[in-house]
Design a protein around this ligand. Sequence first.
Ligand code: SF4
Length: 454
Amino acid sequence: MKRSDDNSKNNRSDDARMIITTGAMEPDSIKLFDSGLSFDPAVSHNDYIAALEDEKRNLGEALSVYIHLPFCPSRCLSCDHQTTVSHDHKQIDRYLDKLEVEVELVTEHLGKGRRLQQLHLGGGTPNYLSEVQLVRLVDILDKHFTIDAQTESSLEANAQRASVAQLSLLHGLGFRTLNLELRDLDPTVQQALGRHQSLPVIRDVVDNARQIGFETIATDLVYGLPMQSAASVQRTVDELLALAPDRISCYTYSRRANLFQHQRAIDSAQLPSIADKVAIFSRIVDKFCGSDYEWIGLDCFAREQDSISEAHRNGTLHRNWIGYTAQSGRGVIGFGSSSMTDLSSICVQNHANIDQWSESIERGELPMSAAARLSPNVRARRHALSDLMCNLHLNDDQHTLLDPNQEYPAIKALTEEGLIEVEGNRLTMTEAGRYTLHQAWGDSSPVYRWRTIA
Ligand code: SF4
């Protein structure tokens, strides 16, 4: 998306910056994004089993699968994923042993051979697994699900570990999307995060992946990191533009040091202020949109020919626990510690603690740590919020789910701040809202960042 009116855009991002710095984004005002989903201690394992059995009625429809592989060779100070640092590959073997049993337990109720529309390996660092372990993992999944040429198979990867041999193996196993975890390429920022990545190595990996046949190269870009500024992020974006990935997912750094104690090692005096974060995000938007990328939803940039760009243009973009997708689907089944299962009637989070997750499976139980039932109303609201995040507006029916006089008085405040517009029954996110609400969405929506169980 090229911008024809840069001055007017700059004014809007300045408006967004002012809204944040003047405190209009109080926590209460983001309740707009509360889908009403909350954990319910009364939801039992039997309820989870019943929900899986219920899904059997839809055997002909495809599902998505997310596998959490929590192992990393070292810990980045900013990390807010459930990870464990390990140099013992036998520990990963033992994890795969349990994962195999978990897949067996779940598919016993869900039915075997269900077609997958999406398969995603997340972590952690999935390509920290050895080649034998990667083959074993895909073999486990192949035995229980139908993975075919239409399945969008993707994995997160550390470029420093992605050899040509490993990329060839992954491609041979059916993976077509490589998500390189970069965070930021500036050496000073990397140093502050305790990360070290070589730009020439990243370039080689991108070139090799393309030559081998990966169809989509995706990267992340995190803003709000220590030592980051609008100028430093501009250099990072220039380097990303030279790499020309197909998609860039842009996240705001979330400091949750009570859950992730290693984040305390980051000097908070080095963190950009919230106003600086808006300036950094504005620079990111300017750079990508001034180049060959479209701004997708709130937080992603993709090339014009990418399937999610086309879906965004058509107003048919979807988002689930794995990320943006052009395909609508019945739900996501999560396997591994801390993973989430999201079906039409229930949301389940697995134990995040690997020992608790393993012990549960050893007892022959589904490793559920918490869950929520989805009433038809909550389900519809989640759907509406997802639509708003993807397609930036709600249609008439969906808007009635967000009645400002009943459950969402924040709509009025956000309208007054110019972040959303309501015309009749149509609710649209403004461009200022797109800049501003991105800051709040990640932590406010339990759909996208649910409570972490320690
Ligand atoms: S940020 Fe990524 S590579 Fe770093 S510790 Fe977390 S999951 Fe591992």
